[in-house]
Design a protein around this ligand. Structure first.
Ligand code: DSN
Length: 419
């Protein structure tokens, strides 16, 4: 079971803040959350994030802190590290990065000098801001070269990656994406990195939960560095971690602290430990299996409804729809879907001619609705509601009817049942 029962979220007595949180809770309870990077974390994770551990400064690492009084937070961080290593089958990890961007940045700082070359996936084709966007630190401090997906298949063209790697001779190759619906072949990336003497970093922010469930091949033991967020498919607190071989421990630890961060968030590290334990359970493997099953079911329903699916389908928790032939932008689609309570995000698609603020596509993901306990029948209902909304986006009466159906569907699958 992926569903979290018996949630009792405690309320703040600061009414101004409390009322806003209450409204956000109501929103989460009444809308269909199909943002591929969002999820509903467990009550245990939420409780742990709200613990007194937030009071403690602990710059440094267990046993080597710059503050006194770290006996118990040392125990917490050691527990989180041991659980992460068990979960990812690794011999070293750093659980302090506050976010995926910071985990990635820590790797850059660890192995690159300003001006060194990175070869990463084009943002338009599925890459991430922190892989070299010109406004991100990565794009400002390093020389970025990008690979694209094949224009026909919309899959990563490994031969082209190899060719580009040989031409550009990067010091670091990044494998990983924030909107790529297919399996990433980390072994092929390893071969390419070895051929040109580059480091390989796998950014598994989106797929970490699928990796630990055995639903996606692991990058651990293949890439030099694996970064992951803990709040997406891993379903933990907002944060990140880095997994690598222990020969890199000194470099990475220094790079996270004091390199790019100060005091670690001990309450979040504790919640990461809770998440890692939850992710070791057989029920989490089953959850991962159902995320992918649901993603495939929703994707294929919408494909049958006449929507063009980028790369023709999905192997993971998300898929992309190209709206070009529907005379609609991603921006338009988000507006219509939000109006009926279906929350997705606009997304650039391979070779997109439109700006990231407009986009030709949308990205849809199933981690959150799968946590709610929805299955294939519900995916078909959601597919119908999405299709009807997009086809009737200017028909207010129709949109009102759809909105009622969305509310009913979500009500049948409560996440937080006691609040
Ligand atoms: N914002 C995350 C996503 O939605 O994919 C990535 O940082």
């Amino acid at each position: 079971m992926g569903k979290h029962d018996n949630h009792t979220l405690s309320k703040t007595t600061d009414t101004e803040v409390g009322e806003i949180i209450e409204r956000e809770l109501k929103r989460q309870k009444s809308q269909l959350i199909l943002i591929a990077s969002e999820n509903f974390t467990s009550q245990e994770v939420i409780k742990t994030m709200g613990s007194v551990l937030t009071n403690k400064y602990a710059e440094g690492y267990p046993g080597f802190r710059y503050y006194a009084g770290c006996k118990y937070v040392d125990e917490i961080e050691e527990l989180a590290i041991n659980r992460a290593n068990k979960l990812f089958n690794s011999n070293y990890c750093n659980v302090q990065p506050h976010s995926g961007v910071q985990a990635n940045t820590a790797i850059f700082l660890a192995v690159l000098n300003c001006g060194d070359k990175i070869l990463s996936m084009n943002l338009r084709d599925g890459g991430h801001l922190s892989h070299g966007h010109k406004q991100n630190l990565s794009g400002k401090y390093y020389e970025i070269h990008t690979y694209s997906v094949d224009p026909e298949t919309e899959l990563i063209d490994y031969e082209n990656v190899r060719k580009l790697a040989k031409i550009t001779k990067p010091k670091l190759i990044i494998a990983g994406a924030s909107s790529y619906p297919r399996i990433i072949d980390f072994k092929k990336f390893r071969e390419i990195a070895d051929e040109v003497g580059a480091y390989l970093m796998a950014d598994t922010a989106h797929i970490a939960g699928l990796i630990v469930s055995g639903l996606h091949p692991t990058s651990v033991g293949i890439a030099d560095f694996t970064t992951a967020t803990t709040h997406k498919t891993l379903r933990g607190p907002r944060g990140a971690l880095i997994v690598a071989d222990k020969k890199y421990s000194g470099l990475i630890d220094k790079s996270v602290f004091p390199g790019i961060q100060g005091g670690p968030f001990m309450h979040i590290i504790a919640a990461k430990a809770v998440c890692f334990k939850e992710a070791m359970k057989d029920s989490f493997k089953e959850y991962g299996r159902r995320i992918v099953e649901n993603s495939k079911a929703l994707c294929s329903y919408l494909k049958d409804e006449g929507f063009r699916i980028v790369s023709g389908g999905t192997d993971n928790h998300l898929f992309l729809i190209d709206l070009t032939n529907k005379n609609m932008t991603g921006f338009d689609a988000v507006g219509a879907l939000t109006s009926v309570g279906i929350i997705i995000n606009k997304n650039v698609i391979p070779y997109d001619k439109l700006a990231p603020t407009i986009t030709s596509g949308i990205r849809i993901g199933t981690p959150a609705v799968t946590t709610q306990g929805m299955g294939i029948d519900e995916m078909h209902k959601i597919g119908e509601l999405i299709s009807l909304t997009l086809k009737n986006r200017k028909n207010k009466t129709k949109l009102k009817e759809i909105s009622k159906k969305v509310k009913k569907l979500v009500k049948d699958f409560p996440v937080y049942t006691k609040c």
